[in-house]
Design a protein. Structure first.
Length: 756
């Protein structure tokens, strides 16, 4: 009987799992499995698929085995600027592998690779699997095969030596220049030295030679306005234009809500509903409604009903799925949906009818959820407020009117809205207190907004605090996301969940070692109360931002999944994303799931959802990396300009190394290095025990936690690094100079005189 093609992977794995299996090549496997000649193409495809998934691996002479048998690990390579890397294993229960730079072969950041474990011996492999390293053991590996390149192209700057042209990659994690032939392919604009270009890489098989490639696009002079952001867009393969079919489909959607749809929905147009968003927000996808009842509170969270306009399988839906989410770069937004939807009919603008999906949540007086229901609704927002206006109201101040440049601004805030905001904060404060009492972690950060001029040049950095106005909205969105996740799980509907798994104890132990350098007494960080105590202890301290960032890096990355596995950071058993369907595809999927509950519709295909979860998790990471890179790039450009003006800044010493001081500018949330050679007012000795520098003559001390005034010494745009130097006149900042170390003999002399 002829085997079905889909059975071949199962048969291959079953054979390889048998105790007597010896590594076989394709021909030997074909004979062993009894594959006929017309089934061999299917066998080759099955082997390729299993290898790409990391379920089997190829060893010498193209023989196939299970990875664990051959001490192999499959995963994604994360390369650091030092050239060293970590392999993030795809197998549950396997820790990351450290890959030294000399063992990365020709793999680049983001590549999917196979690595051999170098911990040695079967016993070492077994300990690796069970996460039980011996004392002093380092989980280390060596890349032996690249399964899939993260990208076939890269972006960089064209340069020339005497013999050849080469491209310096924008990504500092790529440690080699790319050899190119500028005239090899016809281009609309021939590249010249100094241009930003896109290079398609040739096959690169030897780490002993530089990779080669072909220039396929010229972005423009590296210093030209907008080229830096265009480089990031190309680097991360972000879409710029919507396909014609998507635009045409969007234009067929009416700009107003049709009257016949109003009659089919719960009418909330007279209710006191409003939105709160950033100053420059253009898409408003969530609105709130808060009422105090005899027995507690009633919260309405009203979310733009994107699913009413974007149907599964349409051009709009396919494009939204491919994009996964909107991307917010420093100078632009790359939206998930065309502007006609995101800034038009789906945006909950004030004083216009909008279709929404609503979650109504009843709380008792203590803020505990009593019940929740969901409905298709129509609203008419009474006001569009900003966070700044909301914070002013909560602070008892009169909010400033919005400038004419603010999109869809409300001319005046109705008095009833101002009063309701105060009421809403009463409920939000209760919910926030309850959340932290049940173990939620305070991982919120202030952020720095980069203000650009018309040429894209950074002119101002503004620190935005995470104040009560942000907290108010956050608590209501968290509550809505939680009750929706409860509902889909309780009704057993296939859905998408937001998952944040518990951290690796080894990573927490490494973070604990870092914390002790800052003289904090820390217990077992696998215990949630201990983490909360630490986060509370560092609040407001100079090192708070750096330690929070380090803590986040020790945690697993939140992602999307089809099982409700809980959210570690929020301490919630069930959690999903429901509140931002204009900018996240995950929320659109969840809207469709909620729409199925209680309605006679065909359920979403459960088999499709795992692929959806993988796709939107990947696009989210790409967007986050691009957003972070764009902001950092503009920050660094700001400091390059500041260097020419000789501006000075207040910095905090985060760490002291033998080569200098790692400092952070708290006002701008950016770090840099004060090299030891810049400490030129004395000869400084490094004290490795107490992690500080001490001046030989002046006895001046530079230690972690000290505040110093600095000026920009050098900016390296390629490496995206800033070097600082102590400012000539620290007293101009109003900050005290670092203290001097007293000589022990002097201290004893004074004590002796006092005794006499």
């Amino acid at each position: 009987m002829k085997a079905k093609p889909q059975d071949l992977p199962k048969r291959i794995l079953a054979l390889m799992r048998s105790p007597r299996y010896q590594p076989l090549d394709k021909v030997e496997l074909s004979k062993k499995l009894g594959v006929t000649s017309d089934e061999r193409a299917g066998l080759r495809q099955a082997l390729q698929t299993l290898e790409e998934r990391g379920e089997i691996a190829r060893i010498r002479k193209d023989r196939y085995v299970l990875p664990e048998v051959a001490e192999l690990v499959t995963g994604i390579l994360q390369v650091h600027t030092s050239g060293n890397a970590h392999l993030i294993s795809e197998r549950a229960g396997q820790p990351d592998l450290y890959i030294a730079s000399e063992n990365t072969w020709t793999a680049m950041n983001g590549d999917r690779v196979v690595a051999r474990i170098l911990t040695g011996g079967i016993e070492g492999v077994e300990r690796f699997r069970r996460r039980l390293p011996t004392a002093g053991e380092r989980r280390e590996g060596r890349v032996i095969r690249i399964l899939k390149r993260a990208s076939e192209t890269l972006v960089g700057t064209l340069q020339r030596s005497k013999q050849f042209h080469f491209v310096i990659p924008d990504d500092p994690r790529i440690g080699k220049n790319i050899y190119v032939h500028p005239g090899a392919a016809p281009l609309p604009q021939p590249p010249v030295v100094g241009d930003k270009v896109v290079v398609k890489l040739d096959e690169w098989t030897s780490p002993n030679v530089n990779p080669e490639g072909e220039i396929i696009e010229v972005l423009g002079a590296a210093s030209a306005p907008g080229v830096d952001m265009l480089s990031i867009i190309r680097k991360h393969h972000l879409p710029v234009e919507f396909p014609k079919a998507v635009i045409e489909e969007a234009h067929r959607i009416p700009e107003q809500v049709p009257p016949d749809e109003l009659a089919q929905r719960e009418d909330l147009r007279d209710a006191l509903i409003y939105t709160i968003d950033p100053d420059d927000a253009r898409d408003f996808d969530d609105a709130i409604q808060v009422e105090k009842t005899a027995n507690g509170w009633r919260l309405g969270v009203h979310i733009a009903d994107v699913g009413h306009y974007v149907f599964p399988g349409t051009a709009l839906d396919k494009e939204a799925f491919e994009r996964g989410n909107s991307t917010y770069l420093a100078d632009r937004v790359i939206p998930m949906l065309p502007e006609r939807l995101s800034n038009g009919i789906c945006s909950l603008k004030p004083n216009v009818n909008r279709l929404t999906r609503s979650a109504f949540i009843e709380f008792n007086k203590a803020g505990k959820i009593k019940s929740a229901r969901f409905a298709k609704t129509v609203i008419c927002s009474k006001a569009r407020l900003t966070y700044k206006q909301t914070f002013a109201i909560l602070s008892g101040k009169t909010p400033d009117p919005l400038p004419v440049t603010v999109p869809d601004r409300t001319e005046t805030i109705p008095p009833e809205v101002s009063e309701n905001i105060k009421l809403a904060w009463e409920l939000a404060a209760i919910l926030r207190k309850n959340r932290f009492s049940t173990g939620s972690l305070d991982l919120e950060f202030p952020e720095v907004k980069v203000w650009l001029d018309e040429n894209g040049t950074p002119v101002k950095l503004e620190r935005l605090e995470y104040d009560q106005s942000h907290q108010l909205i956050e608590e209501f969105m968290l509550a809505a996301n939680e009750v929706v996740a409860r509902e889909t799980k309780h009704k057993n509907y296939p859905s998408i969940y937001r998952v944040h798994e518990n951290p690796d104890p080894d990573k927490l132990a490494e973070f604990r070692d870092l914390v002790t350098i800052y003289k904090y007494r820390v217990g077992d960080l696998t215990l949630r109360p201990e983490v909360q105590r630490l986060l509370e202890g560092i609040k407001g301290k100079p090192e708070e931002y750096a330690l929070k960032i380090a803590f986040l890096r020790s945690l697993k990355r939140a992602a999307y999944g089809v099982q409700s596995l809980g959210h570690y950071g929020l301490a919630k058993v069930n959690y999903t994303h429901f509140t931002s369907p204009i900018r996240r595809y995950a929320d659109l999927v969840v809207h469709r799931v909620i729409g199925h509950i209680g309605e006679q519709r065909q359920r979403l295909a459960a088999a499709d959802l795992p692929a959806v979860a993988v796709q939107i998790s990947q696009t989210e990471r790409v967007s986050e990396d691009a957003e972070r890179e764009s902001v950092k790039l503009k920050k660094i450009e700001f400091f390059a300009i500041a260097a020419s003006r000789r501006d000075t800044f207040t910095a905090v010493i985060l760490d002291v190394r033998n080569y200098g001081l790692v400092v952070e500018l708290p006002e701008f949330l950016i770090s840099g290095l004060v090299h030891v050679s810049a400490l030129n007012d004395d000869f400084y000795l490094f004290d490795p025990t107490r992690m500080r520098f001490v001046g030989r003559k002046t006895h001046r001390v530079f230690a972690a936690g000290e505040r110093i005034s600095v000026a920009v010494a050098k900016v390296d745009m390629y490496k995206q690094q800033i070097d600082f130097q102590p400012a000539p006149e620290e007293k101009s900042t109003g900050r005290p100079r670092p203290k001097k170390e007293q000589r022990p003999e002097r201290r004893h002399e004074r004590n002796g005189r006092k005794r006499r």
